[in-house]
Design a protein around this ligand. Structure first.
Ligand code: DND
Ligand code: ATP
Ligand code: GLN
Length: 574
């Protein structure tokens, strides 16, 4: 059996940074070559970043992407890396239209191309809007092994390129991915890779991107699975990583079989019948341990924020610290993401602020070491009220809006990114002040329901104790009942059911797309369901204007869930 040394590079590109991404591919190819790899695979759309959205429609961007492929091939050759076969995703276009493409680079040129066959068009994906599907399967012969090349969604569909790969008798399928993180998706992926490896009768190597792009965070989780479903190697989540392993693979037939498949034509590309053997075997394949759900989500939120900050040119963030749990958790995520010295937390007490709100905010600052400031808002609120007669909810919201003005002023003055702290439950029911506490450029907990915010807080503190560090979140912030403190004695429960009751209804309606009758049939109180669904429907206008935030669930607000604002349909005819 021929032995190939394969490298899978799960790395973090930046959308639009073609030279930077090409430099990353160059650098990681050098590492792979240094480790004796014959072949190195990079993620989907690695050279452009992913997803590039409507940049696809710009001819100048397509041209720049193609140029980046040519330049990269030439540079690799010039720098003595031309012998390593490089598989890399990019944006292409031909007379049919734009393509989600994969290039094979060898000895200074692009020797093969593959166009993604299955285009995902659900959830956050709109690939039917952007790309034309490919109708050929590229089979590369390297070191006497036939290797089929596929891209992401190709793996998620039965009877597509993997079935054709089986007919072509390949020994390996390489699948390059831009597969965003969702809780539990890693379990789905492993099962899928195993199913496709069985369908192709071939070992399948899956390489995924890592890093964040706006609302999406890519978790890596690259892996290699044998056709019998056994897992050979698996990379960690949420970290750049080069997985290098030796694979003994079936030798290709001297003459490739003729494949008669209605859907796809096979194109064979010859590279080599043999490759130089490595003197030393590669280290034994690693299988990274799985982590708990809370650890996984925390890592996703930290990476999501860190990459948003870094890739958008910020060096620091600011947020209001109320002493409550949401701002405490966001502050802890920010400290983990960019370090406490770059996190400016502002306590902005009003006449209604309790002592504990200030004490708990100060305690959080002490525990984390973030840059803590106090800006009392009452004089500014009073100044406003002295010039404009306001009452009731207008005065309540004025406080939240003055805080928003202060945070934006600090951002303008000192250059911080403003973080907004509304959790998914609040966003669902519209429990926030427009242009007030909803102000901000990025919301790390946008997709985290309130009950999960508490779970994460407890997990993060426990994790700190386990490591012998100071738990970042004051126990008091975890234990006290949530309150917006916009009027004396206000509690969230004055307006909303307990979050333990609310969150499952929201999960059914928002994440599960259940209707009113389904929820009532599932045992939820009919009046409560009606009230909750109405609040969710009426808050669409707030969500449409809300800051982006990291997706961690099957259905995040934003691109995953698109609803009309002007909408008279009410579940149950309410
Ligand atoms: N369909 C539509 N399209 C566009 N705009 C629309 C609209 N419907 C109303 N509006 C506008 O929205 C305004 C109402 O929204 P808004 O001004 O936000 O005010 P509103 O939603 O009435 O009040 C905010 C609520 O959130 C609570 N809150 C505030 C702050 C923090 C927290 C917390 O615990 O975290 C909770 C607060 O106690 C209160 O119950 C209207 O005056 C109108 O200008
Ligand atoms: N006194 C305050 N000082 C600074 N920021 C505040 C203050 N009150 C509210 N904020 C900001 O507005 C956001 C929403 O306010 P809210 O009082 O609902 O706090 P929270 O952190 O969401 O906690 P909880 O909802 O558990 O009380 C806070 O997260 C915080 O960023
Ligand atoms: N880029 C893609 O094709 C991603 C689609 C795929 N279903 C995933 O989430 O992994």
């Amino acid at each position: 059996m021929p032995r190939l040394r394969l490298a899978l590079a799960q790395i973090d590109p930046t959308v639009g940074d073609l030279p930077g991404n090409a430099a990353l591919v160059h650098g990681w190819t050098a590492k792979a070559a240094g480790a004796g790899a014959h072949l190195v695979a990079f993620p989907e759309m690695m050279l452009t970043g992913y997803p590039v959205e409507d940049l696809v429609f710009r001819e100048s961007f397509v041209a720049a992407s193609k140029r980046a492929v040519d330049d990269l091939a030439a540079r690799l050759q010039d720098d003595g890396l031309g012998e390593t076969v490089v598989i890399v995703g990019y944006l292409d276009a031909d007379t049919v239209g734009p393509r989600n493409a994969l290039a094979v680079l060898h000895r200074g040129t692009q020797i093969a191309t593959y166009f993604k066959h299955h285009l995902p068009n659900y959830g956050v994906f709109d690939e039917d809007r952007y790309f034309e599907p490919g109708d050929t399967l590229t089979v590369l012969r390297v070191g006497g092994v036939d290797i089929a090349l596929t891209i992401c969604e190709d793996l998620w569909q039965e009877g597509g390129p993997f079935a054709v790969a089986a007919d072509a008798g390949v020994g390996l399928v390489v699948n390059i991915n831009g597969s965003p993180y969702e809780l539990n998706k890693d379990d789905t992926r492993l099962a899928l890779v195993a199913r496709r490896a069985a369908e192709a009768h071939a070992t399948t190597a899956y390489v995924n991107m890592v890093g964040a792009q706006d609302e999406l965070v890519f978790d890596g989780d690259s892996m290699v699975v044998r056709p019998d479903g056994s897992l050979v190697a698996r990379a960690p989540q949420f970290a750049e990583h080069l997985m290098v392993l030796d694979l003994d693979l079936p030798a290709a037939e001297p003459v490739p079989p003729v494949v008669d498949h209605a859907e796809m034509r096979v194109v064979n590309v010859f590279v080599s019948d043999s490759v130089p053997a490595n003197e030393q075997p590669a280290p034994p394949p690693e299988i990274a341990a799985r982590v708990t759900d809370e650890a996984e989500i925390w890592q996703a939120l930290v990476l999501g924020l860190r990459d948003y900050v870094r890739k958008n040119g910020f060096r620091s963030v600011t947020l209001g610290l109320s002493g409550g749990i949401d701002s405490a958790v966001v502050a802890a995520i920010a400290c983990d993401a960019i370090g406490p010295a770059a996190v400016v937390g502002v306590s902005m007490p009003s006449g209604h602020s309790s002592d504990h709100s200030r004490d708990d905010a100060a305690d959080l600052a002490r525990r984390t070491g973030l840059d803590y400031r106090t800006e009392p808002i009452q004089p500014m609120v009073d100044g406003f009220l002295a010039n404009m007669a306001l009452s009731g909810i207008a005065v309540e919201n004025l406080q939240a809006r003055v805080r928003g003005v202060i945070l934006m002023a600090l951002s303008n003055q000192e250059g911080h990114l403003v973080l907004t702290t509304g959790n998914k439950s609040e966003l669902a029911v519209g429990y926030s002040t427009l242009y007030g506490d909803s102000v901000g450029g990025f919301n790390p907990i946008k997709d985290v329901p309130k009950t999960l915010v508490w779970r994460l807080a407890k997990w993060r503190n426990e994790e700190a104790r386990r490591r012998g560090d100071t738990p970042p979140i004051p126990e008091n912030s975890i234990a006290k009942p949530p309150s917006a403190e916009l009027r004396p004695g206000q509690l969230d429960t004055d307006s909303l059911p307990d979050y333990e009751v609310l969150d499952p209804i929201l999960a059914g309606y928002v994440d599960g797309d259940l209707g009113r009758d389904d929820l009532v049939a599932a045992g939820y109180d009919a009046a409560l369901v009606d009230r909750t669904l109405r609040m969710v429907d009426l808050a669409e206008y707030k969500r449409r204007q809300s800051a982006p935030g990291t997706k961690i669930s099957i259905k995040a607000f934003g691109r995953d869930r698109r609803l009309p604002i002007t909408n008279r349909f009410r579940e149950g005819g309410m």
